[in-house]
Structures are given as structure tokens and as C-alpha cells.
Write a protein that binds this ligand. Sequence first.
Ligand SMILES: *Cc1c(COP(=O)(O)O)cnc(C)c1O
Length: 386
Amino acid sequence: MRATFLPVARPWIGEREKQLVLETLDSGWITTGPRSEELGRRVAQRVGMPHGIAVNSATGALHLALAALGVGPGDEVITAAYTFVACVNVIEHVGARPVLVDVEPDTLCMDPRAVERAITPRTRVLMPVDYGGHPCDLDVLLALARRHGIAMVEAAAHALGASWRGRPVGGWADVTAFSFYATKNLTTGEGGAAVTADEALAERMGLLSLHGMNRDAWKRYTDTGSWYYEVTAPGFKYNLSDVLAAIGLGQLEHFDEMQRLRREHAARYDTLLADVPEVRRPAARPEAVHAWHLYPIALELERLSCDRASFIQELRAENIGTSVHFIPIHYHPHFRATLGHAAGAFPVTEDAYRRAVTLPLFPGMSGEDVEDVVAAVKKVVAHYRK
Ligand SMILES: *Cc1c(COP(=O)(O)O)cnc(C)c1O
């Protein structure tokens, strides 16, 4: 067994990030300013979009997108039952009704047929979630949204670096939200971005991200700025600090290298786990470039005499950290009470959850780390094999 604990994720902060943070601290400008502007612009550029706004979380980016689209009471927003609560919370924040749909068994991404059945005259937004870094069936979902005249706001917290049918994630939806949370493929500690092709929407999200003050209000403390500003809407406080944006700019410089390492580790897992029938490996469709944010396996519980919880406990005893993505939305007490879905409402989501174990995957891990994880998985499997 490993001598030291291997976490499920760990950020990779290089010398360049440290240098840019120190430069920012010395610059005298540590809140939102030129570096956050640059990060928003560069993320947009990466995915081929004209507008990008860096904010302090993906949650904020999703909330801003819904608010800027004017979604509110009486409206419905369709999202996946198998996602992080942030996606559903923001729908409630704007006063709209979350409508959950099931996912597809291979990718665990939103099922377009379920979406089609869930659309009503009240549907305003479709919010797909690119599970684990695998893009949703974006062309089909976008066509569906266009046909019904509804907007698409993509929760791509996992999927910077992914693409679908040759077009980057970020280049499909009306607004795409990325997360720069500590565990994500690109991190600023806490942070996120919204990208869009729609200039008016970008302008509105920028305005709402800082109290509703006009877009360049941050410049009021510079030599070119003015003390005067106007508030045209009651905005939020979602702006990103330049200290954190500096980390993101450093991360962007070696993002391709980090993605290459994630792909390499995922491929090694695939190879080493191929002869373990008790473990189902994550799928990647041929149309997808997978961002490999997560490496979630599904336990073939029918072949094992344990449940997922004890499997995780045994891996922990082997010094291997894991996680579970996700606890289905309708299992949480709040959403059980407000949405009223009974167990069994989303069979694919519920079955996936019962089996789900996310294995460690991050660029800074070594090939031996991957081998240690697989050795531990095989040991636990052998112990519980029926
Ligand atoms: C991380 C994550 C979020 C939230 O991102 P923050 O930047 O922490 O707000 C939302 N949705 C999914 C699917 C996530 O994984």
C-alpha cells in the first residue's frame, strides 16, 4: 500500500503563477482590473468566442447568465438531475422553476430525448452539464433549443479544453460558464468565467457582475477613470480579484500541457482497468475531445459483495482519496421538498450514483500514482469479488 495519501485532485501551481501573483501584489492594483479583463478575454479567445467575463465563480457566471437573459418567476429552466447543486440553486435565485431531466447511461450527460419531453411553453433556458469534462450532445441540444426558441446556458464547469464535433466547448451555447475552483482543470483558487458571442448579453453580465454599475466602473480609481457612475439594475458582487486572475493567466500558459497530462493519466487508467470486469470505465464518444476533469468509474455491484460506501472506505484505508460526482439533485432534502420527485424519477441518474466512485486525476500525479490507484482498486475488488 502507498506510504502517503493520494488526494482525488490537487492544483498545479507553477512558478509562472507565483511570479504573476507577486507582480500583481506589487502593482498596487489587487481587485478587479486589467488582469481580470485579460483573463476573460483570453478564455473567450481560447474557445473562439468574442466576449468573456471573468467572475469569482461558475455559480456567479450561471446566475449572471440567467439574470441577463431576464429569466424569472413563471419561467422554467431545464437541467440535469445528475449535477452539482450550484446549477439548480441559481435557477431558484432568479425565481424560476428548475426542471430536472435524466442523463444518458454512457456519458452521464443530459439526455436530449428527456429534454424534448420536458419542454413546455414556459421553458426559457436549457442548461446542459458537461459531466466530468465530457461534452453533452451539443449539436442536438442546440438544435432543440433553437427549434423551441429557448436559450442555452451551458454549465461547463468541468469542460474547459473539451470540444464536440471539432468545436470547442464554449463555442456552442448562448452563454457558457466555466469554473476556476481549486479542483478544476484551470484554477484561480476560486473563480469562473462566462463566454458568449452576444455583445449585449456580455455587456449586461458585466454590468450585473459589479452591483449594476456601468461596465468600466472599476476604472474610477485609475488616472483615466471618473468618479461618476450610474446603477441601472440591482446587480451582484461577482467580480474577480486581479490577484486571482493572475493565477489564471499563469495557468493558461501551460493549460495545454496540463490537459495532455490528464489525457495521459486517463488513458493509463483505461489500459490498466481493462481487465477488471467489476469496474466500468468512463465513456468517451468519438465526436468528443474529453477534458478529463474527472475519472469516474462505475462499480459492477452485481459482481461485488459490498456497496459503494465500503468500497470508498477500503480505498481510503489504502491511502487513496476518492469522491462521488454527484449526489442526485432530487435526493437533497430541499429539492425533495420543493420539486417533489420520488425515488425512481430519474433511473439512470440514480443507478449511476449508486455505483459512482471518482478516482484521483490531476496533472501533477505520476504514472506510478495511477498504478497505485489501480493496484488498490484491484485489491479491494479481489476482497469483495463474489
Ligand atoms: C464546480 C462546479 C460548479 C461550481 O463552480 P464554482 O466555480 O465553485 O461556483 C458548478 N457546476 C458543476 C457541475 C461543478 O462541478
